[in-house]
Design a protein around this ligand. Structure first.
Ligand code: UD2
Length: 310
């Protein structure tokens, strides 16, 4: 067997990786997802070429046979969200750390070719210097950031101690079609999309001048595939961002301009655990993995808006 597996493959980013794998020529893709936040409908267009297993990643006995002998495993299954991890840290600790450990253990035991792990830019926390480079000392500001960082460390330890090839990619605020806007923990751009179409005001936490390196989901999926086959990178961590940064105010203004509306935002207190500024240095990803993001923020926002409208 030399199949590809995506944990969290029914999620917004995971399903983009599934579609990218199939577009690249994989005949079928195995998806592991407990459908807690993932949705089978995210796989609608490719459902006949996906083997979906509704399995929790903490269940080693269920995961092990599914990853055994896989050429590559993309590990995205997680409980995301900085604020959710502060309000209720136990579930995300269990899934993001213990679940990741079980996936890595199953992959090592099953002689998987390579694991690509979805790490998070939140590991950097607040830094005086921008853009953020991989050599910077991590400074997690929330349980979620600490959990995702632990996953990176475990991936690298599985490489050095157990011979499992791994690459960790620190995602920088990924957005795009299929991101679920319905929870208070949803990504800010999905919330903006919902507000724009409902003609309601979003609430910006703080002054709205915090910055993010918003990265279009297809660019991240493409980079994940590159990371799964690049030579000489096992055990490494790389930024997976676009390389830009925009304030929330700028993003909301851009969306209003695209839509031709004027809707003032509301402002609320800053959010606990929030990072102030975030921007990826993409030098390593370009040099080591051939990263070549294709979507400007405006183009990504236009495509995302078109999807939500549909
Ligand atoms: C973090 C990580 C990101 C990813 C994500 C997963 C950083 C810099 N980024 O994203 O890489 O791992 O977690 O969940 O740590 N906001 C509002 N109004 C809203 C919602 C959000 O103002 O209705 C603000 C929020 O306070 C923050 C920004 O928008 O300053 C982005 O928030 P987010 O929840 O979309 O993502 P973030 O940055 O926590």
């Amino acid at each position: 067997m030399s199949h590809s597996v995506v944990t969290g493959g029914a999620g917004f980013i995971g399903s983009a990786i599934v579609r990218a794998l199939l577009a690249e020529g994989e005949p079928r893709v195995t998806v592991i997802d407990n459908l807690l936040s993932g949705k089978e409908s995210n796989l609608d267009e490719v459902r006949d070429r996906v083997d979906l297993h509704v399995v929790d990643i903490r269940n080693y006995d269920a995961v092990a046979p599914l990853v055994k002998g896989a050429a590559r495993v993309f590990h995205l299954a997680a409980i995301p969200s900085v604020p959710k991890s502060i309000l209720d840290p136990i579930p995300s600790h269990d899934v993001n750390i213990n679940g990741t450990f079980e996936v890595l253990r199953a992959c090592a035991d099953g002689k998987v070719g390579r694991v690509v792990y979805a790490a998070s830019s939140s590991a950097y926390g607040d830094t005086e210097v921008l853009p953020k480079t991989e050599a910077m000392t991590p400074n997690p500001l929330s349980p979620y950031a600490a959990q995702k960082l632990m996953g990176e460390y475990y991936a690298s330890v599985f490489t050095s101690c157990f011979g499992l090839e791994t690459v960790a990619l620190r995602y920088f605020n990924v957005y795009g079609p299929r991101q679920d806007p319905t929870s208070p923990y949803s990504g800010v751009i999905s919330i903006f999309m919902k507000c724009l179409l409902e003609k309601s005001s979003p609430t910006l936490y703080g002054d709205g001048n915090q910055t993010r390196d918003f990265t279009y989901v297809e660019d991240v999926a493409e980079l994940c595939l590159k990371a799964s086959r690049a030579p000489g990178v096992s055990g490494r961590m790389c930024n997976a961002g676009n390389g830009n940064r925009y304030t929330l105010n700028e993003v909301w203004e851009t969306l209003q301009r695209i839509e031709g509306v004027s809707i003032a935002a509301n402002y609320g207190p800053p959010r606990a655990g929030d990072v102030r500024d975030s921007q990826a240095d993409t030098t390593a990803a370009v040099a080591l993995l051939g990263h070549a993001p294709r979507f400007s923020l405006e183009e990504g926002l236009r495509r995302t808006l078109a999807w939500y409208r549909g």
